[in-house]
Design a protein around this ligand. Structure first.
Ligand SMILES: [Zn+2]
Length: 382
């Protein structure tokens, strides 16, 4: 398996990157775009590895391995849990870019969330990209081209990833993870082309159960009480899931911090320890909040998929449902409201998403008004 095999359903991208690795169409700055889960940062990392690999991305050698896990001395990856990437971080990166590579190849600098660069940070980056050195390659990742300042993107070569098809994801899960076909096909459909999500659904029963609970909401939202319950339940469950992820990370950071300050149990703390600890705790709060929003966001996409299915069913759209395993409930939902009504419900989901992600509305508040907008008439008895 070469490193290119991990880019699911992205044949044109793989062809272009392989050509660049072998010297055709190589340039100093690249912009990887694609919807969440399409693997834009994976693609950038694979490309970084291939640029270091003596065999153009074999997936087996030390250069490939170190690049992919983020420990290659000539591959620097910036990924952030913060909502923005500041100018100091970018200046640091630009300084590193100026150094000669340790190995024979190039310095590769990957910015995973280039859409989160502050204006100042973007300007610092622009200077570096405007005057590239021979041995430096910048790989920027963002959801869309529009997320990047025109001055920066005009200097980049574009690599656009698309959402992989259900068939592509199914085949990938079977081939690489050895997932049985029925489960692979379920996970591929339910993930709607999000590879990481598909793998989690295929691998982890708890993830499947959580999804099943979320997609069960729509038919039950028939009263005010049910809507408010659903909102608080959804808020709580997503928070627990996010917490489970961040707890591990937080604990590891604490161990590292203690080690860095020579702190042992019951021992004396150096004076600089307390402010460092406070700063770390503040960063952890930010991370927890963002993680929670990520988990909510994914749940909202699952929720929207049920209404999409209901519309497809009413309109007799060809192809299977995203939630094939609950066709009966989807049919019930389709009977309860017109396609226009369900379209308005999908809109309400996107409004809630925007309120939380863009306007910092407290999640529970946004979820409550969303669930109320999702209400469907109670079934007539009989
Ligand atoms: Zn290699």
């Amino acid at each position: 398996m070469t490193i290119w095999d991990t880019l699911v359903g992205q044949a044109p991208v793989v062809t272009a990157l392989q050509a660049a690795v072998s010297g055709r169409g190589m340039t100093h700055s690249w912009l990887f775009t694609g919807p969440p889960g399409s693997g834009r940062s994976n693609a950038a990392l694979a490309f970084a590895a291939a640029l270091q690999c003596p065999n153009g991305g074999c997936g087996e050698c030390q250069d490939c391995h170190l690049s992919l896990v983020g420990s290659h001395p000539d591959v620097t990856v910036v990924r952030t849990d913060k909502l923005s990437i500041g100018v100091d971080e970018v200046r640091d990166l630009v300084r590193r870019a100026a150094l000669a590579p340790v190995g024979a190849a190039r310095q590769v600098l990957v910015i995973e969330d280039a859409d989160r660069l502050t204006e100042q940070a973007a300007n610092a980056l622009l200077k570096a990209i405007e005057e590239p050195t021979d041995h430096t390659v910048w790989l920027l990742c963002a959801p869309t081209v529009e997320d990047i300042l025109p001055t920066i993107r005009s200097r980049c070569r574009f690599v656009g990833l698309t959402t992989p098809t259900t068939a592509d994801v199914t085949a990938y899960l079977m081939r690489v993870d050895g997932v049985p076909e029925a489960l692979a096909s379920y996970a591929a459909r339910a993930s709607q082309g999000h590879i990481g999500r598909a793998r989690a659904l295929a691998r982890d029963e708890a993830t499947r159960n959580r999804r099943r609970d979320v997609v069960a909401y729509p038919v039950r939202l028939t009263s005010l009480g049910a809507c408010l319950n659903a909102a608080s339940n959804f808020h709580e469950v997503t928070q627990e899931e996010a917490q489970a992820i961040t707890d591990d990370l937080d604990a590891r950071d604490k161990v590292d911090l203690d080690a860095a300050y020579g702190v042992v149990e019951r021992g004396r703390r150096p004076r600089e320890y307390a402010p460092a600890l406070a700063a770390m705790q503040k960063a952890h709060k930010t991370r927890a909040k963002r993680r929670h929003l990520d988990v909510i966001d994914r749940g909202l996409m699952d929720l929207a998929s049920v209404y999409r299915d209901a519309i497809s069913l009413t309109l007799g759209a060809p192809g299977g449902l995203i939630n094939e395993e609950m066709r009966g409930e989807v049919a019930e939902l389709a009977r309860a409201s017109s396609p226009e009504g369900h379209l308005r419900r999908i809109d309400a989901i996107f409004v809630a998403r925007e309120q939380m992600l863009e306007f910092n509305v407290p999640p529970l508040l946004a979820l409550e008004s969303m669930m109320l907008a999702l209400r469907v008439p109670r079934r007539s008895v009989g």
